[in-house]
Design a protein around this ligand. Structure first.
Ligand code: GLC
Ligand code: CA
Length: 565
């Protein structure tokens, strides 16, 4: 894909695209060591293309001690030896481009690994070349001796500060201990970031997904947060910090030189704040990955679980659809490597095929650029491992050891089963053979036992499979201008088990109807559609939904897409 010099000449229009996310360790093992890699990705590029997507976002593929599986980087300009090398990456990039797929990398610059050479130097002394690359502060001293500089919790692992003996100071880590936060206020650090961007863009990469990008500018005084707020008591002082916009503008300049697309990850960001970054010609990011839609069965984080509430999900969808309308562009997703599988959360494992397909329809036809996460397209579901010792994810393991310690073991494990990110990180299920076709070797992590039924090969054979439904949805989105460009309007926001939304372009209207119920539902159509003739564009059941044009009878988890002229 040719790089050009300015945004309007971007060699591709990301708004017309759909992207596929790869979490490489569990995607496909090409060299038989039980770990997914770029050799495996290379083999599967045709499969990815066959889905009807237009590009790939790779979660980190760089060298990393894997404290947070790639999100702790120890070398920004290289490939993790588990996954291949730069030459193999170039091969993947070239083949992807030749298939018409763009390639986006994860840019993780809020923190590095504590094994990154910058940090190894930085921790040695207060006056070296790298001493200011991280956020070091003197201890506070109280009756009990030294204490961290403030009371913040990290999001993954206890307090947000770790002591470095050599400097006799604490360093800040908003995530795990092995993920020290970079000091973005140091201009040298920002130059490093630009160097990293150029390194990959010069190679031909098409853009970045920018990890927790809204955290990179900290409040200069690092004040105490509310003491009782768990996990995120410091958030207010590191989210949307005072220099965030300035820094994003600097990085934007580099991206614009190459016509690269920038997608920011913005946890817990309200729409109003998001608009500052993603709207207008002088926007600093093209899209934002929001987290509101991940909170329809929990409060803030999945560990604070409650039963799924469709109304919460609909509110989140419609808030972003309507507030961005005409101003900015949405990033649409229901799954990624940070959240349990969506069928197990918002759908039903019992109505696996029906709810898996309905969930596809419920988000793929909204306005925005859809993301599909590996395995989502075949309806992979959560895994329930019997013991916490079998879990890998640092956040899951620490949540288990920190919260609800007095609850019975069974209940604590139940929380892990509901919330763990590891459910999204089990090996991709390619066929019903050994190790689900992921590897000839014992995989690095447990395969979901449902692989004999839920796998690519089986679903290729079945025209009604979840896999084929994803293909149909993505093709339909491409074909119907109204689905790409049309306005969005939700009907009956208070119906607890049904989600109805319209896309409209001129006189043409497309109505998407989704049932989130295990039982049959009567669904009265909105007045302006009642009695009108419609073309059925798509349905996840054979035959037409209901006979009547005014009241439909929806089967469990039925989804249909109707076109009106
Ligand atoms: C982002 C990533 C997540 C990671 C965290 C820290 O939220 O998506 O996987 O653990 O940032 O880098
Ligand atoms: Ca391998």
């Amino acid at each position: 894909m040719k790089n050009t010099k300015n945004l309007e000449n971007k060699p591709f229009d990301y708004r017309r695209m759909a992207l596929y996310q790869i979490w490489i360790r569990s995607f496909c093992d090409g060299n038989g060591d039980g770990i997914g890699d770029l050799y495996g990705v290379y083999e599967k590029l045709d499969y990815i293309k066959s889905l009807g997507v237009d590009g790939i976002w790779f979660s980190p593929i760089y060298p990393s001690p894997n404290a947070d599986y790639g999100y702790d980087i120890s070398d920004y300009k290289n490939i993790h030896p588990d996954y291949g090398d730069l030459e193999q990456f170039r091969k993947v990039l070239d083949k992807a481009h030749s298939l018409g797929l763009i390639v986006i990398l994860d840019l993780v610059i809020n923190h590095t690994s504590d094994e990154h050479p910058w940090f190894l130097e930085s921790r040695k002394s207060r006056s070296g070349q790298y001493s200011n690359y991280y956020i070091w502060r003197d201890p506070r001293f109280g009756k009990k001796g030294k204490r961290p500089p403030n009371n913040w919790f990290s999001q993954f692992e206890g307090l947000a500060w770790e002591y470095g003996e050599e400097r006799q100071q604490y360093y800040l880590h908003v995530f795990a201990k092995k993920q020290p936060d970079l000091n973005m206020d140091d201009p040298k650090v920002r130059e490093e970031v630009k160097g990293i961007m150029r390194f990959w863009l010069d190679m031909g990469v098409d853009g970045f997904r920018e990890d927790v990008i809204t955290y990179i500018s900290k409040h200069p005084k690092l004040p105490d947060g509310l003491p009782f707020l768990p996990v995120i008591n410091g958030l207010k002082f590191y989210q949307h910090g005072p220099n965030l916009m300035t820094y994003l503008k600097e990085f934007r300049k580099v991206a614009l030189e190459y016509g690269a697309v920038q997608i920011g990850e913005a946890p817990m960001t309200p729409v109003r704040a998001a608009l500052n970054y993603i709207s207008g010609e002088d926007r600093v990011l093209d899209m934002m990955i929001q987290t509101d839609i991940m909170m329809a069965d929990c409060v803030m984080i999945e560990y604070l679980h409650h039963p799924f509430l469709l109304i919460k999900l609909k509110q989140a969808f419609s808030r972003w659809q309507t507030k961005l309308a005409g101003k900015a562009w949405n990033a649409l997703y229901l799954e990624n490597h940070d959240h349990p599988r969506v069928i197990s959360r918002y759908g039903s494992e019992r109505y696996w095929r029906q709810s898996g397909t309905m969930l596809a329809a419920c988000y793929l036809f909204q306005q925005g650029t859809p993301f599909v996460y590996q395995g989502q397209e075949i309806g992979m579901t959560n895994i329930a491992l019997p013991s916490i010792d079998m879990y890998e994810d640092v956040a899951s393991v620490n949540a288990y050891h920190t919260f609800h310690k007095h609850e019975p073991e069974e209940k604590r494990m139940r929380r892990i089963h509901l919330a763990s990110r590891d459910s999204a990180r089990t090996p991709m299920q390619w066929n019903s053979g050994e190790n689900a076709g992921f590897s000839e070797h014992k995989p690095w992590f447990y395969v979901n036992p449902n692989y004999e039924r839920v796998n690519v090969e089986e679903e290729e054979k079945d025209p009604d499979s979840i896999l084929h439904f994803y293909r149909k949805c993505l093709a339909l989105r491409k074909r119907e201008k109204t689905l790409l460009e049309g306005t969005y309007r939700e009907y009956f926001p208070l119906r607890p088990k049904q989600f109805l939304y319209e896309r409209r372009c001129g006189n043409e209207r497309i109505l998407v109807i989704c049932s989130f119920s295990k039982s049959e539902q009567r669904c009265r159509l909105p007045k302006s559609f009642a009695g009108k003739e419609a073309e059925l564009l798509l349905c996840n059941y054979p035959g037409k939904a209901g006979a009547d044009r005014t009241v439909l009878t929806l089967r469990p988890y039925e989804a249909c897409v109707l076109k009106y002229k």
